[in-house]
Design a protein around this ligand. Sequence first.
Ligand SMILES: *Cc1c(COP(=O)(O)O)cnc(C)c1O
Length: 377
Amino acid sequence: MIHFNKPYLTGKETQYITDAVVSGKISGNGKYTQLCQYFFEQKYSFGKCLLTTSCTDALEMAAILINIKPEDEVIMPSYTFVSTANAFVLRGAKIVFADSNSENPNIDSNLLESLITLKTKVIVPVHYAGIACDMDSIMEIAKKYNLFVVEDAAQAIDSFYTGKDGIKRALGSIGHLSAFSFHETKNIISGEGGMLVINDKQFASRAEIIWEKGTNRSAFFRGEVDKYGWIDIGSSFLPSEVIAAFLWAQIEYLDKIQKRRKQIWSQYNEGLKKNEKDGDFKLPQLPDYATNNAHMFYLIFESLEKRNECIARLKNKEIYPVFHYLSLHKSPFYSNQYSGEDLIFSDLYSDTLLRLPFYYELSDDDIKLIIHTIKNE
Ligand SMILES: *Cc1c(COP(=O)(O)O)cnc(C)c1O
């Protein structure tokens, strides 16, 4: 039996969790939280990093920080996870869904200007499969219309974008704010977990307050104020040290994890190339400006029927691939609020994209079996 995902444990998790527990400091923002945050700030040249209990929470923090009010409009792809939209809907925003590219499920940046109105406040590019969106165009448009950019970088840890200036920047370091996920289906994990990256300094001190239930507790513990109290809205967005200790064990193995995941990705790509040539399906395409963080390997079939055939063939061998998002503009929750155009590519990916099993411990033999089964050999 080959499942779609299997969380990888480095073996150090319980050791660091024990350390956190024994040290007596198990609430948030202790040693392990700070180790993790500092690591990401240094390694990827991120602005201030704050661990959160999920990427969903990081997106909710972003919506609060940007002061989203009822009637504000937020542009994002329809082909994304519900949290990308929910975070802004919770604050009353109207979601303006954009279509995906024809080459990959990322937002089609050529459509953005036509979707901007006087009410538009934010663009949320989602780096699908960890493959960069067209960030130069998105940032230029945001600048021109005075909008914020929140990167949904949930799948994009350790992935990069090379801009027209030739500089290679980590995804998550480009937008005003960015959100990452460490959910057990992502490259590095803490069960549930996430991180908000604050690249625009104007948000830094308020972010810490919102993170700590609307109090200036963090400044108090640094000795910057002599008492702490309620000074803004906020919630309980910070994870406990137990979660951060788990994440730290994963971070230590990040390079090793990435190396293996990239091997798996290449094996799929090499093994299935010929079928792409024969027109059986399309393989992931990386724009020149994007790197591959091997978050996911997907196939795009010609039709829903062809995808179903492949799923059935794999299930017959107890291999469990999964499809992915269903266009949010057609969802039971939002479809009656959607008044925009048809989103052809978003619907196309909803019907035809299939994700293959992908996890650290997937063996070479597993991969061979999956490839043979897909090829019907
Ligand atoms: C995983 C994911 C999320 C949600 O992450 P959580 O940490 O589970 O809240 C949001 N957006 C995208 C694109 C994701 O892949």
